[in-house]
Design a protein around this ligand. Sequence first.
Ligand code: IMP
Length: 428
Amino acid sequence: MPGLVVLGAQWGDEGKGRIVDLLAADAQVVARYQGGHNAGHTVVVAGQTLKLHQIPAGITRAGVLCVIGNGAVVEPLSLVAEMDEVARLGFDLGQLRISRAAHLILPYHQALDQAQELSRGAAAIGTTGRGIGPAYADKAAREGLRAEELVHFDSFAAHFRQAAAAKNEMLVRLYGQPALDVEAMLEQLRPVAARLAPHIADTSLLVHQALRKGQRVLFEGAQGTLLDIDHGTYPFVTSSNPVAGGACVGVGVGPSEITRVLGVVKAYTTRVGGGPFPCELSDEVGEHLVRMGAEFGTTTGRRRRCGWLDTVVVRYAARLSGFTGLAVTKLDVLSGLPRLRICTAYRCGGVVTEDWPPVGHSLADCEPIYEELPGWSESLGAVRRWDDLPPTAQRYVGRIEALVGIPVDLVSVGPEREQLIVRRDAWT
Ligand code: IMP
């Protein structure tokens, strides 16, 4: 009964979607455990690009049960639009299940997120504006509406009217924004509720039953470790727990069900939105990474900030989630850079640390300490075997293993499904 968690080891956008897509070939269940439509997973199948925000990346595999867990937040309108797109590309939605306990992102959450960001001025977090923070805030305040309520639309509508009236007060009085039209929002939600209702289930039970049958369950994280609300670069974080422990809470399984944890590491570092980023590059190497890596957000289209690989960050992520293996993605993007750098430690004030900055220091005060390695000029897109990688590329990946202390199971060398080097089975 293997339970494998796949999560991002950096600030999100590590390429988890394509890794989940690959590993889902050997899974019977893929369960998303946190986040909402702030996430964007791109999967390229037979030349078709599928951009997923809420539906687990396993949806491209026939017969795989795809679960949106209770730890996720569900935006009903965009979920239905995403379901339509998935169906249009010929994938089966019959296997999609949404946890009855997943909280809903409603239009007023989105309006509040945007109003709050505006009011933060220079201290803005740079959220995706999708309503994530306000939806999780309502969950914690015990004021949220959950997916299960969509099944009985009349009682949902009563609860919605009450909640929306309170949010309108906030929008108008606190943020000087226009009030939202409550009845118009409800009319938009009515057909959507009917579409989603057949997919709403006790997903913890479904996952439990699968595990008892000895089936393989893949727990899919969104965003990344450094965006974790508890362990990330607070307050420049998202409002959920991408770390592996979030998989237990966010799907409703015990920790003993998790047998493997795969950390997905981009071969360099990117971040979207505000917040500290010690290895950020604003030179021509940063430009190379943006251009060659197509570093623009799947959800918002924003240009990602790029920098050298930071192994302090990845070691920290490995500690928090107990990685058993790593998947290194986008190694091909580094082709053509004559010298490569890897951050091995920070200098924070007078202190040198290979760990997360000590108490009294923040990431914003840390300077990276780099090690330099030779690069390679060959393009890697056609490489499928470890032995066929240029020796300098092998050495780069080998340094990641040594510096993080975790084996690299997979290396991706391009966006297509088959552009991958498998060194070890991540499931076993
Ligand atoms: P929120 O999750 O929309 O509230 O945004 C909070 C922070 O997390 C912002 O810096 C976002 O740019 C970042 N973020 C949210 N989702 C993703 C993602 O899927 N990839 C990368 N960054 C993200």
